[in-house]
Design a protein around this ligand. Structure first.
Ligand SMILES: [Zn+2]
Length: 218
């Protein structure tokens, strides 16, 4: 800075007030400065630092979005608890990145309200919507995890006890054999026992009859 600029020109028209707020978010910075921009040098640096933070967070959120957003079909395609757990972790990482972006953008705008513009406000709305979607997706995945566990439990039970899986199997294994034995018994009864008893009865009646009516002697 040249000595001529350092001269006491406190109320010179070209000297500007810094538009930053102090960390309390309410008190305006009392510094004045010359030159382009809206902030005194320390606040210009702070603004650049906070901008860098939200840009990093936004880039990370966009990177994680690819694995942090799942369609209904993609959720259904997760067929074991481990893969559902991995998906939940990825959605949580994505949600954390969105939270970080939200926090850093809010920090910037809280201290440097002059930065507030349509682009920031639109992005904050989008971030808020995506955060809500993440929470819903995590809940959906947790429910899906329960269903996956229930299905695999049912499969294990079927494997251990095959009769449970198909109630029609049991009659095929047990009952027909029993009924077949009954049928064979009935067949033997009809074809052998009853005729035999009948024959014996007939023979007995013949022999009794021949004793009661002895043959006429000639
Ligand atoms: Zn300042």
């Amino acid at each position: 800075m040249r000595p001529s600029q350092r001269s006491p020109t406190m109320h010179a028209p070209r000297r500007k007030s810094c538009q930053a707020l102090l960390p309390d978010g309410e008190t305006p910075c009392s510094a004045t400065f010359r030159g382009w921009g809206k902030y005194c040098t320390p606040h210009l640096e702070e603004c650049a630092q906070l901008s860098g933070q939200f840009k990093d967070a936004a880039a990370r959120a966009e990177r994680l979005r690819r694995t942090g957003e799942l369609t209904e079909k993609q959720v259904r395609a997760l067929t074991n608890a481990a893969s559902v757990d991995r998906a939940i972790d990825r959605v949580r990482q994505y949600l954390e990145a969105l939270n970080e972006e939200n926090r850093t953008r809010a920090a910037l705008l809280g201290r440097f309200p002059a930065e507030k513009d349509e682009r920031h406000m639109q992005r904050l709305t989008v971030v808020e919507e995506r955060k809500t979607a993440c929470s819903a997706l995590i809940e959906q995945l947790q429910q899906h995890r329960e269903e996956v566990l229930t299905r695999s439990q049912q499969r294990r039970e079927r494997y251990r006890d095959p009769s449970q899986s198909n109630p029609e199997r049991q009659p095929l294994l047990g009952r027909p054999r029993r009924s077949r034995r009954v049928w064979i018994f009935l067949l033997v009864l009809v074809l052998v026992v009853i005729p035999t008893v009948f024959m014996i009865a007939v023979l007995l009646s013949i022999s009794t009859g021949s004793q009661e009516f002895p043959p006429i002697s000639i």
